[in-house]
Design a protein around this ligand. Structure first.
Ligand SMILES: [Zn+2]
Length: 663
């Protein structure tokens, strides 16, 4: 079986995991699961980087021993396994494990014996957050570009690694894609860094500066190994580099695909230093490096002071593990920067999972129950009108494989969801409920069989993204775990006639916007943070004035209260909704407004499916003159808010009597 080895970076454990690292582990996990689906023997490693000075400083602040801090915090990272459904085969801790310490010593010794480690006096600018040196021109306003802190000026005698010796080899390695860096922009960034000329790098620090924490340099207990030299070697140490056996052979030396996934901030360590250390030690090199971007919250950089830090554990509690995995993998660009917003997360979960995917499953289950006695029907020969569905479904697996191998997780998901949407349209256009009235049981059987097969295939291909929900759905269809493979997803007709189907609860309950704000604290906090900022900014320019953000509104735009009172706003309940034929954006709504029922047209079809609207309370401009749109009368206007994430309709915070006045 072809082997595949994949790792996440190991994070400093001086704080709890943030959403950026959650993204990285979920990406790595999905890649690991996809490759298992493709029939490969996969090993997936993650862990914690514990020998950094940052940990010592954090422990000092908390007044606890460093060992206690890293042990406690490493657990926060290990816990991600459960709440993010990770399938890692191993978790390595760099401060407490013998296999790591021995591996670091062996790698050091090998580089030393190759003549690449020497001692010299050194002076430089050191950022503790990065655990790295900067040259003055790499700083932004004299500060570390990652941490925005002023680096320390360090002067001491250290061991150095002859990085400069590997310049040509590194240029060839990266330029030729033998070490393939994705995306290309990052590859070019690294290449230009290498071409600008490599200098030797410090690979140790004094024991004193390290405050006695870290792995001692072999043969020189007054120095400890530089934390990055130490940390990078975790990728081979976890496989038993210190004392190589079958595992090291299978997943490193003989493994045809050795892949690292990292964030853009630490690319230099992985693309330049790491392969150079390995070349020096005469160890095989990694093959691929996937670099992801950073996540903002509502378009802003996350920070404690803004109160907008997204806790990955909290959002999984709020939306569900698989829903969060789906959002991170489909919404956030796999290789670029992305944004997390609650609104967007709720929209994607509702539209893609509750409406498209979840709804397809419930419809099929319901119809199977009504028309086929709750079992998979015997299907006749498909006709030409079934071709599109059959060929789209059976060819999807190889397309997904191709995309995943290129690390394009976003597009792999889009194409799988396209199959779900196509299947929904197939059910819609074949309308089993009409066939039932016509007594065409044969066609009902075929249509439902085909739709269920397409659902099975889509669910197998979504399994690496949402392992819990897809396993559940597949088991309701009678598909066993061993049949969740690419091979089975590429074959048509595997569902057995007569197989009992168990419908169960809906897999993806809709998130009710009103009920879905349990986490109001962060929102209020964030709002407060924003207000504070506004106030600050305002008070700088307009002394004594309380900033309310509205003082700029020109006088002629202001209206008096009587003017406003002319507009009659009322609550109404949507009792029916449907698409307007040949109009992409329009929905035709029947609303109950007090004692009367009205028809209102609303341009929200892009954002809401008709089914999702029925039963919702909305706000209507009640005294708007009736108008004709596309030949249909619209009496009233639905209120909605729009921002860059799309359109949301306004609902009262709790149910009120329909027709209630709004003032
Ligand atoms: Zn830094």
């Amino acid at each position: 079986m072809r082997k595949f080895y994949i790792t996440t970076a190991i994070p400093f454990v001086n704080a709890k995991p943030h959403i950026g690292f959650a993204l990285e582990t979920v990406q790595t996990d999905a890649l690991a699961r996809y490759h298992r689906l493709f029939g490969r023997q996969v090993r997936f490693l993650t862990g914690s980087d514990e020998n950094s000075l940052k940990n010592v400083q954090t422990a000092e602040k908390e007044g606890i021993p460093t060992e206690a801090l890293v042990k406690r915090n490493a657990k926060f990272f290990a816990d991600m396994h459960d709440y993010l459904s990770l399938s890692n085969d191993d978790f390595i801790r760099t401060s407490s494990e013998e296999r790591h310490k021995k591996g670091v010593e062996k790698l050091w010794q090998a580089c030393l014996e190759n003549g690449d480690i020497y001692k010299k006096r050194y002076q430089g600018l050191y950022c503790v957050g990065c655990e790295g040196f900067y040259t003055p021109d790499e700083l932004v306003d004299g500060k570390c570009p990652e941490h925005e802190t002023v680096p320390e000026n360090i002067e001491e005698e250290n061991y150095f690694f002859k990085l400069s010796k590997y310049q040509t080899q590194l240029e060839e390695l990266i330029g030729s894609d033998k070490y393939l860096i994705t995306p290309k922009t990052r590859k070019n960034e690294v290449l230009s860094f290498v071409r600008s000329g490599l200098e030797d790098i410090s690979v140790s620090r004094s024991r004193e500066r390290a405050k006695g924490w870290g792995i001692p340099v072999p043969g020189d207990p007054n120095q400890v190994v530089y934390v990055w030299f130490d940390a990078l070697s975790n990728y081979i140490n976890a496989l038993g580099y210190a004392d190589p056996g079958q595992l090291f052979k299978d997943f490193w030396t003989d493994c045809p695909e050795r892949v690292h996934v990292v964030g853009k901030g630490i690319i230099r360590f992985h693309a330049v230093y790491w392969p150079a250390f390995l070349m020096s030690a005469k160890v095989a090199l990694p093959h691929k490096l996937l670099v992801h971007g950073y996540i903002t919250a509502d378009g802003q950089k996350m920070s404690k002071s803004l109160g907008n830090v997204i806790d990955p554990e909290a959002i999984t509690k709020r939306y569900g593990t698989d829903q969060v995995r789906y959002f991170l993998l489909s919404e956030i660009s796999t290789t670029g920067d992305g944004d997390f917003s609650y609104t967007r997360a709720e929209q994607r979960i509702n539209s893609d999972l509750a409406n498209d995917y979840g709804n397809l499953a419930s419809r099929i289950f319901k119809m199977m129950d009504t028309y086929c006695g709750g079992a998979v029907p015997e299907a006749g020969k498909p006709g030409s009108s079934d071709d599109e569905l059959l060929s789209s479904a059976t060819s999807l697996g190889l397309k997904v494989k191709d995309l995943v191998e290129k690390f394009d997780l976003n597009e792999a998901i889009v194409q799988t969801l396209d199959l779900v949407k196509l299947t929904n349209r197939y059910v819609e256009s074949n309308a089993p409920w009409k066939l039932f009235k016509e007594g065409n049981q044969e066609r009902i059987n075929l249509v439902l069989y085909n739709a269920t097969e397409a659902l099975r295939i889509a669910s197998i291909l979504l399994f690496p993204v949402m392992p819990g929900k897809c396993r559940e759905l597949l088991s309701r269809l009678g598909v066993e775990e061993k049949d969740i493979t690419l091979a089975k997803a590429s074959e048509w007709g595997l569902l057995k006639a007569g197989q009992k189907i168990s419908a169960g609860e809906p897999l993806f309950p809709r998130i009710d916007r009103n009920a879905g704000i349990p986490n109001t604290e962060d929102r209020i906090q964030k709002k407060a943070g924003k207000m504070e900022e506004t106030n600050k900014a305002e008070s700088q320019t307009k002394t004594g004035e309380i900033g309310n953000g509205k003082s700029e509104v020109a006088a002629e735009e202001l209206i008096d209260i009587d003017y406003f009172k002319k507009v009659k706003l009322r609550t109404a309940e949507i009792i029916a909704a449907e698409k307007v034929p040949n109009a992409d954006k329009l929905l035709r709504l029947q609303v109950k407004l007090g004692g009367e029922i009205r028809q209102v047209l609303a341009g929200i079809a892009q954002w809401y499916t008709p089914e999702s609207l029925v039963g919702q309370q909305v706000v209507i401009v009640a005294n708007l003159k009736p108008a004709k749109i596309r030949g249909l009368e619209s009496h009233g206007m639905l209120l909605a808010a729009q921002d860059k994430d799309g359109v949301v309709i306004l609902n009262p915070q709790r149910k009120v009597e329909t027709g209630s006045e709004i003032r």
